[in-house]
Each structure stands twice: as C-alpha cells, then as structure tokens.
Design a binder for this molecule. Structure first.
Ligand code: ADP
Ligand code: ZN
Ligand code: MG
Length: 492
C-alpha cells in the first residue's frame, strides 16, 4: 500500500488532483485482429504466429469482423457514438516485441467517441466522466526478461500476443480522486463483462490501465503537467498508485520543483512510483493512414444487427431489481456486480414466495460460505432449487433463521444440496402454542424491566422477547407462531 509521503492535510487541501484514464481491453475473439492465428492466452512461445502477425514482408492484414462487432458493442454500452467510416493508422515505434516496427491503431478517425460513465463524487453526488474515444488497435508481443538460465544477458521474445485485438478507452480528465478512479474502473469492467466482449482478466493482462495524474492549485485556470502511471495490475493498486502520485506531485511543487511529463512505473512492493522514461508526444509516432487496410465502414444496418446482442446493462438492471422485486438498493447493487449472480437471483426469485428472502439468503448466507470455502458460485453445493426451498421454508416460518444457518452449514460441510439435508435432518420445530406460551411466560417473568419498556410504548422490545424465547427453545420455536404470540402476551 502507498508509502505516505506525509504531507499535512492543509497542504493537500490547497491542490486539486486531475486524473484521466487510458484502458486497454483485449477482445474475446477466436482469432487475432488481422490474421487467422489463435487469440488465446499462453501457449508455447511463438506458436500462435504467422507471416502477418510476425510482420514479414508482403503479408497483408485482413480485419477480424468479430473484433469490430465487439468494439461497437462495448462503445455503445458506454454511451459512445459510432463513426460510420473510421480509419486505421500506423503508430510507428521501434520496440523488440513489435516486429513490424509499427502498431496498427486508430488515430484521428476512431470508431467511437463521446461516451460517459457515472461515478459518485466526494459529496455523494453522481457525475458523468467523459469518455473521449474508444478506438481499435492490435496488441504487441511480450519481452521475457526473467526465468531463463541466461536471463542475465538475454531477453527473449514471445509473439503469441502480437496482433491480438484491443480496444483502448480514453477518458476525459474528469476524475478528481482515487476513489472516483476505482469506481470508474469497476463500472467499466462490469459493463465489459456484461457485454461479453472481454474476460477483463487483469492477471493475464486482458484489461490494463494507465492513469494520467496531475495536480493544480485549487481555482487555477489550467491543468498542471501530468505524469502517466503505467501497467498497474489491479484496481486496488491503481487506487494506491494514484493516491501516491498525487502526493508526490504536490510535494515536488511545494518544495519549489516542477512536475515533469513522463511515464512512471508502479512498484507494489514499495507502494510508490518510479520514473521510467520521458513521455512521447503524438508527433513522435509519425502516425499515417494504414495503406494496407481500407477505411472501416460500419453501416447503420450492421450496427443495428450488432446492437441486437446488447444485454441489459448493470445500471438498468439495478433499477429494475429494486422496482420489480422490492430489493434494497444495496442488495440490488451487489446482485448486479456479476451478471451470473444476477441471473441466478432472478431465476430463484421467480420461483420463490419472497424475492427479498432469496436475496438475503444468496447474499449473506451462500456467498459467505462460498468465500470461506474459496468457491465460485458454480461450486455451491446448494442449487438454486435449494435456495428457493430454503427461502420458502424461512418465509413461512417453518424454520428459524438459526435452523436455516445450521442446515446450510451442513450442506456445505457435506457437499449436499439443501433438499437432501432438510429432509434428512428435518429440524425439530415447536409449533404447539401452549409450549411456546410457556416459554414466553418464562421470558416475561425473567425480564420485568423490558416488559415495563414495552408497556411504556417501546414496541420494538418485542423482538428482544422473540430472541429470548428462541434461546430458551434452542432455536426450535416456530418463528411465525412465536412472533404473533409474543405481542399478544405482552399486550395482555
Ligand atoms: P497525450 O497527448 O499526452 O496522449 P491526451 O490529451 O491525449 O495526452 O490525454 C491522454 C490521457 O491523459 C487522457 O485520458 C486525458 O484525459 C488525460 N489527461 C490529459 N491532460 C491531463 C492532465 N493535465 N491531468 C491529468 N490527466 C490528463
Ligand atoms: Zn498471425
Ligand atoms: Mg493522446
């Protein structure tokens, strides 16, 4: 985590941080952007290659249709407009993992522009973060600096990733805090996962983020000079890197120096950034239109066809879950972070008597036990039918919440579904009113102060007595019967 630079709060408060993000996302196509090689993570080095992605003379690129469709889908999902005719350009630079000596990218006529995403600012208000553009490009290969006997003197090159399709999503410098950065990235990733255009696996590099950070005195007319923090491989680290970078720049300025425009690398072990190289300017790349590819035309008809695959997006789904199933905003938000979890919830909610009860069981009982066992949702021994049964039994008061927890513990311990454990271990339940009344009488006798509170008008104290009786009955009192009788007795 970030090394605190240790600036006083009143110094920090003089400055306004400004942040813009550049996010690279690998598209989940079967083949690469401009050739038929497999687009697959891993594989023996240099086995997913051909003359085109190796940049051999005379080999020509042919654009992957699926990559265009994913780019359009992603762009529309973040509110961008699609440019009907976009143009590929060559971005020229010399680097060992880029055998052509240039990257095919888009420059002045990208496929999509002018989108936005909502984040919550420090005052709790929603505000739009502008998305300048989404453009298509190809990835580079990888330089392998470690892991070989002669790594001290040699670097190896693996070109399997070379030419795989990317979209780059560039934000406006509209972000103001590290928390906003975190939320923007979380929402962006959610949307990309919902649309299915990428697996967004950061460890495998399917989603990579560069953060541009600057600071200026509050009220200043112009932004300060930015530094770019590159290749941070988790959102948590990006938040930490941005926090660090803001403080570093303020300290530079406070001690009379100037921030230099440069690229910096994040070191997660030390919690700080290091200068890597001075940043190139656009003209350093000598962009020019790619002569081997015609302009890309996405007709209205093709666009309509692509957009027929647009799923309901997380934001809309959250609102619908609240309206349709009377969920709390918090539960709806948690259920939509993962499309599969949301799907499962809705499937179970439709079959159960109380959707809220299903949400509660899925979110607190099931996910907590999955986490303890290090399991994915798909690895739960309790099926959706099991969740529905559990929710209905709990809703009808046929099992207490304590019994529900015990049954689920057994399910997870034995790897068995709920129906099986429930019919085998069918928990004892006391529904006999006279037996429950006797327990209530005992609780009332033992707690005169709480009885007085209740009589004095504090009716919520009834819940205290329900808890007492549950304890006395070892969790076996029928909750529905108990709830009713407690109030009747206290009122008597
Ligand atoms: P460059 O020409 O250096 O690539 P761009 O203007 O294209 O810079 O912006 C690249 C990224 O940097 C964008 O995400 C943009 O929002 C962000 N950015 C631009 N200026 C600033 C600034 N002064 N402070 C923070 N971020 C900035
Ligand atoms: Zn190839
Ligand atoms: Mg730029």
């Amino acid at each position: 985590m970030p090394v605190a630079v240790g600036l006083a709060p009143e110094i920090l408060a003089k400055y306004q941080p400004v942040i813009g993000l550049e996010v690279h996302v690998q598209l989940l196509t079967k083949t690469k952007a401009f050739c038929g090689c497999k687009n697959e993570y891993g594989g023996d080095p240099n086995t997913h290659t051909c003359p085109t992605c190796l940049g051999l003379p005379g080999a020509l690129p042919v654009l992957n249709r699926q990559a265009v469709e994913y780019a359009v889908l992603a762009a529309r999902a973040i509110g961008c407009e699609i440019r009907e005719t976009s143009v590929f350009s060559r971005k020229n630079y010399f680097y060992p993992d880029s055998p052509k000596g240039y990257q095919i990218s888009q420059f002045d006529k990208p496929i999509a522009e002018n989108g936005s995403l909502l984040v919550t600012d420090a005052e709790g208000r929603e505000k739009p973060i502008g998305i300048t553009r989404l453009h298509m490009e190809e990835d580079a290969g990888k330089s392998l600096h470690d892991g070989f006997a002669d790594s001290a003197t040699r670097t190896y090159i693996d070109l399997n990733r070379c030419g795989t399709p990317l979209v780059e999503i560039v934000s406006e410098p509209d972000l103001r805090t590290a928390d906003e950065v975190f939320e923007y990235l979380t929402k962006l990733k959610e949307i990309l996962l919902y649309t299915g255009v990428s697996d967004c696996n950061m460890e495998e590099g399917s989603l990579r983020c560069d953060a541009n950070v600057s600071v200026m005195l509050k009220g200043a007319a112009a932004y300060g000079t930015k530094a770019e923090v590159k290749n941070v491989n988790s959102f948590r680290y990006i938040r930490a890197a941005v926090e660090y970078e803001i403080e570093r720049q303020i300290e530079v300025i406070e001690s009379g120096g100037r921030v230099v425009q440069e690229s910096r690398l994040w070191n997660s072990g030390e919690g700080r950034t290091y200068s890597m190289r001075s940043k190139e300017q656009a003209h350093d790349y000598r962009y020019f239109p790619e002569p081997d590819l015609p302009p890309l035309v996405v007709s209205e008809a093709w666009q309509r066809d692509i957009l027929s695959a647009m799923p309901e997006l997380p934001e809309a789904r959250r609102a619908r879950l609240v309206a349709q199933y009377s969920l709390s905003a918090q539960d709806a938000a948690t259920l939509t972070t993962d499309r599969e979890l949301g799907d499962k919830f809705e499937q179970a909610a439709k079959a159960a008597k109380s959707p809220r009860r299903v949400a509660a069981i899925l979110l607190s009982e099931i996910t907590a036990r999955l986490r303890v066992g290090g399991l994915e949702l798909g690895g739960s021994p309790v099926t959706l039918d099991g969740v529905v049964l559990a929710a209905d039994l709990a809703e009808a008061g046929e099992i207490s919440s304590k019994q529900l927890k015990q049954l689920l513990d057994t399910c997870f311990a034995e790897g068995q579904d709920f129906a099986h454990i429930y019919s085998r271990d069918k928990p004892q339940q006391i529904s006999d009113t006279s037996a429950i009344e006797a327990l209530i009488d005992a609780a009332i006798a033992a707690n005169p102060a709480q009885v007085a509170q209740f009589k004095g008008g504090k009716r919520t104290v009834a819940a205290f007595f329900v808890g007492q009786v549950m304890k006395l009955s070892k969790g076996q009192a029928n909750p529905a019967v108990l709830n009713e009788l407690v109030v009747r007795k206290l009122d008597a």
